[in-house]
Design a binder for this molecule. Structure first.
Ligand SMILES: Cc1cc2nc3c(=O)[nH]c(=O)nc-3n(C[C@H](O)[C@H](O)[C@H](O)COP(=O)(O)OP(=O)(O)OC[C@H]3O[C@@H](n4cnc5c(N)ncnc54)[C@H](O)[C@@H]3O)c2cc1C
Length: 398
């Protein structure tokens, strides 16, 4: 697979310069999800002294990273920045699978189900795919029906198959990253962290729920959907947390292999954006609802399926995969989306403290980028790159 590296080199990248942090400095990262976990690992590799804190552990069930699987795809419409970031992420996922001898990435491809002749979300990425020698395959309705007889194609116009995408084992990956972090010399504390006082443009310390107080040269709060409540004054109106449902349906007993082998699929209907991840280490045919759900509190929110959202998803799934019309629900998960105002990730420092950084705003698409983002953030901290403009757009909404 021809994979180029993502290189926001100082020569050609615009953005915000950060004072380089001397090697050996103490960095505390709060949050061991996809963002904080990978960032901690890459900071260690940049020779920082890193302590990672998480209240409930890496890939825990309250976190956004804590589900079984996540989609990995480069397709981002006309947004070349995230396309390239994902190309780098793919290379790093592959590299770490080999390094750890652990299967985390299932390269089963991503099938984009298109309703009309023009589908900008997919079409506009085609030039980038070609640039990286990662071309998609266009499938007519006839080809689609022949290749995937379990799919109802009657309301579709065509499909694109991206053979480079697939899915990642999400919570398992968080734990693998965490294991590597410990093996490579990182310190980990399980505790809830609360920021201390800001004085002279610096965060002085954080307080932990175990009674400890920690000081550091730099703090990175990678707290997912908690960021908005921890920094209410700065991010309260910026990061919103919504409840998102995913369902694991049971497939017919005589057709399990056909469903298991089906690629990741995205139904590009322009509003609900149902998507699916078949084959989740045998946990069922997973269907996700991308339409934003109700506001949610990630600590106290209950995680039972909403009957109306489930009924609507069942109706859709019975239509798209008629063999699943009466499929039993085996499991469901409610995971929080940590939405930024425009879907861009956020990496920036607190307006009143230049040693306090926020890293978040994954907005329902962050998981796959974890390794590339961690590498990029550690490069920014050590002075290799400026902060890309994409991570700074949140300021315009404050
Ligand atoms: C239903 C759903 C489907 C998704 N689908 C995809 C997909 O297909 N592909 C994709 O790439 N992305 C997807 N995403 C998005 C992706 O999962 C997230 O963007 C990503 O996991 C965010 O990681 P994070 O590390 O920022 O946050 P989290 O994973 O939430 O991690 C934050 C961590 O911080 C800890 N924490 C919070 N506050 C504190 C505190 N004060 N003290 C100590 N610890 C604290 C929490 O315990 C948690 O472990 C999806 C998200 C959801 C919810």
């Amino acid at each position: 697979m021809a994979i180029n590296t993502f290189s926001p080199s100082p020569a050609n990248a615009s953005g915000k310069k950060v004072e380089p942090l001397p090697k050996g400095s103490k960095v505390v990262v709060i949050g061991a999800g996809a963002f904080g976990g990978w960032t901690s690992l890459f900071l260690l590799r940049q020779h920082y002294n890193v302590t990672l804190i998480d209240a409930w552990g890496p890939g825990n069930s309250r976190s956004s990273s804590g589900d079984e699987t996540r989609v990995i795809r480069s397709t981002y419409g006309s947004n070349e920045f995230y396309f390239n970031l994902n190309v780098r992420a793919l290379a790093l996922w592959n590299e770490h699978e080999q390094r750890w001898n652990k299967r985390l990435f299932q390269n089963k491809g991503v099938l984009w189900l298109c309703y009309t002749e023009k589908t900008p979300l997919v079409d506009d990425s085609i030039p980038f795919a070609e640039k990286h020698s990662m071309a998609y395959e266009k499938l007519s309705i006839q080809e689609l029906s022949k290749r995937y007889p379990i799919l109802n194609t009657e309301d579709l116009h065509h499909a694109y198959f991206d053979p480079f995408g697939g899915c990642l084992r999400a919570r398992e990956a968080c734990q693998a990253v965490h294991k590597a972090f410990l093996e490579e010399g990182g310190d980990y504390i399980q505790a809830y962290a609360t920021p201390g006082k800001i004085e002279n443009n610096k965060l002085t310390s954080i307080k932990l729920s175990n009674g400890q107080t920690l000081k550091a040269d730099l703090f990175i709060f990678a707290c997912g959907s908690w960021l908005g409540t921890i920094f209410q004054e700065v991010l309260g109106n910026t990061i919103s947390c919504t409840r998102q449902e995913v369902y694991y349906f049971g497939v017919p007993q005589d057709q399990a292999p056909a469903y298991e082998k089906f690629p990741v699929w995205v139904d590009v209907d322009g509003k609900d954006f149902y998507y699916g991840i078949p084959g989740n280490t045998y946990r069922g045919f997973k269907v996700g609802v991308d339409e934003r759900g109700a506001n949610f509190h990630p600590t106290t929110g209950e995680r039972m399926a909403d009957t109306q959202v489930l009924a609507k998803a069942r109706k859709f799934i019975g239509h798209r995969f008629p063999g699943l019309s009466h499929a039993p629900l085996l499991e469901n998960r409610v995971c929080p989306y940590e939405n930024s105002p425009d879907g861009n990730f956020i990496f920036d420092h607190h307006p009143e403290a230049d040693n306090l950084f926020f890293l978040g705003g994954g907005s329902g698409h962050g998981f796959k980028h974890g390794p590339a983002l961690g590498e990029l953030v550690s490069g920014i901290i050590s002075g290799l790159y400026p902060i890309p403009e994409h991570f700074l757009t949140w300021q315009k909404t404050v």
